[in-house]
Design a binder for this molecule. Structure first.
Ligand code: PLP
Length: 351
């Protein structure tokens, strides 16, 4: 794709498109570094300890992507030939190119929820721990919070607590895909650690709303993380002076967490503009964080066509399906840019 660096382009495709701010670049340039494969990079170790603390876990490991963090996390719970249960549009099931199966021989079975939320009844029906010599044994349940393709939806605590009880008595582990756990925590005021305590292993991304160029972490027990470190190296993810990247992550934790409330406010304003322009396009009650999903079914427009028209006017959006468009607000789109994008889309989508 052509580079979209023009000031005029408003890129709402994803919160991964952010570029490092001048302050973040300065922090990266100043980073003290060492060889992280020898565990001698002070920035990496500092970041890992800090995130482990934030999540209330014994240890954490810095990884190049969220996909790698999720792979290592799920692998710490589920062995080859066993399964993990997740929602049908979970990132681990839909957006990691089958990595869990292709690399680790881990299969999935899924429940479906329109907003990606946990369905305890379905989990109880699917759960098959120690299933014997004929059926695949369930060794993990994975929950995504916030749920990306569910529209940035927040998993309520009540069902997560019940999941903790159900899985504990079944001897099954819980993975929290917390790529956007920061957004859930900022939106609800519930501390990260309270969510993380309801899972055995947690992954978080620095490269989404937090605006770091690269990086995720997986957090769990000391043993899990020691094993994850071995697997990370095996996967080719052992990096050397990665402290320049850890510095970006630490800077993001210092400066870019609280401000996620701005992204949430921008998403809400955008959603309100579009709901006014065309009833049925967006359900305001479902806009909880920085993601707005537009349902074009009722207006009879093709998502691809709308995306092309919007692009011609300098607004980039994601097409998630024939009649589904996703807008994601982030660090690089301010209130004014969101207002302009909202006006363009409202015009294209109005009756
Ligand atoms: C982005 C994302 C990830 C990780 O993606 P990478 O591109 O591999 O960093 C994991 N889970 C969810 C829910 C995501 O949105």
């Amino acid at each position: 794709m052509a580079t979209q660096t023009s000031q005029d382009v408003i890129d709402l495709r994803s919160d991964t498109v952010t570029t490092p701010t001048p302050g973040m670049r300065t922090a990266m340039a100043r980073a003290e570094v060492g060889d992280d494969v020898y565990a001698e990079d002070p920035g990496c170790r500092g970041l890992e300890e800090r995130v482990a603390d934030l999540l209330g876990k014994e240890a954490a490991l810095f990884t190049v992507t969220g996909t790698m963090a999720n792979l290592l996390a799920v692998r710490s719970l589920v062995r080859p030939g066993e399964e993990v249960l997740c929602e049908s549009r979970a990132h681990i099931a839909r957006a990691e190119l089958g990595a869990h199966a292709a690399i680790f021989g881990i299969t999935t079975r899924t429940w479906s929820h329109p907003r990606g939320l946990l369905d305890l009844g379905a989990v109880q029906r699917l759960l098959a721990p120690k299933a014997g010599p004929y059926f695949v044994s369930t060794a993990g349940v994975s929950v995504e919070n916030t749920h990306n393709f569910g529209g940035g939806s927040i998993q309520p605590l009540g069902p997560l607590r019940k999941l903790r009880d159900i899985t504990r008595s079944a001897g099954v582990g819980v993975h929290l895909d917390g790529a956007r756990l920061w957004n859930a925590s900022v939106a609800t005021g519930i501390p990260l650690g309270e969510y993380a305590a309801l899972a055995d292993v947690v992954s978080v991304c620095l490269s989404k709303g937090l605006g770091a160029p690269v990086g995720s972490l997986v957090a769990g027990t000391t043993d899990q993380i020691a094993e994850a470190r071995v697997w990370r190296k095996r996967l080719g993810g052992g990096w050397r002076q990665a402290g320049v990247l850890a510095a970006a992550g630490s800077y993001a934790l210092d400066h870019h967490v609280e401000r996620l409330t701005e992204d949430h406010a921008h998403a809400r304003a955008l959603a309100e503009t579009l709901a006014d322009a065309r009833p049925g396009l967006v359900d305001l009650a479902e806009v909880e964080t920085n993601i707005v999903v537009l349902d074009l079914v009722h207006c009879g427009l093709a998502a691809e066509d709308v995306a092309l028209q919007a692009r011609a006017e300098g607004v980039l959006v994601s097409v998630l399906g024939p009649s589904t468009i996703r807008l994601v607000t982030h660090l690089d789109v301010d209130a004014d840019a969101c207002k302009r994008a909202g006006d363009v889309l409202a015009r294209l989508l109005a009756e």
